[in-house]
Design a binder for this molecule. Structure first.
Ligand SMILES: [Mg+2]
Length: 143
């Protein structure tokens, strides 16, 4: 989409969000290489770096660290942020708009289930919905 926008002079920006476990997939790095090769400065990737995937901790299943150095070596501008800090998120997105000649990767360090005591940092919540009682308790804790 970012390449098509460049070729068609549409001037749109493309935002892509991916999980950290997803970075274990080869197609991610093919896309990263392509984005850099075509100087897609209209592309902004945001990595949700919670270090959890469906099978457990990312660094135990198959480490993808150091994420920032990997994307830098693939030609990206890299911005590391606290993914729970809205000011850092906004500043990073604004900075990405000013980058010329290369794509940007925002590595957002996050905690899965943040704010809900029984969900924080628990990989089991990767792919299941809470039961009614769990949902109620989670909403009480978030409020
Ligand atoms: Mg994850």
């Amino acid at each position: 989409m970012a390449l098509a926008s460049k070729l068609n002079h549409e001037g749109i920006r493309v935002y892509c969000i991916c999980g950290d476990g997803e970075l274990q997939e080869g197609q991610i790095w093919e896309a990263a290489m392509t984005s850099s090769h075509y100087k897609l400065d209209n592309l902004c990737l945001i990595v949700d770096n919670n270090n959890l995937q469906i099978d457990g901790k990312v660094d135990e299943v198959m480490s993808i660290y150091p994420i920032d150095e990997k994307f830098r070596s693939f030609g990206f501008e890299v911005i590391n942020i606290d993914g729970h800090d809205m000011n850092q998120i906004i500043n990073a997105l604004n900075k990405a708009k000013t980058v010329k000649g290369k794509p940007t990767a925002i590595i957002a360090k996050t905690i899965k289930g943040k704010g809900v005591s029984f969900m924080e940092n628990v990989a089991d919540w990767h792919g299941k919905a809470p039961k009614d009682e769990e949902y109620k308790l989670a909403m009480e804790e978030l409020n």
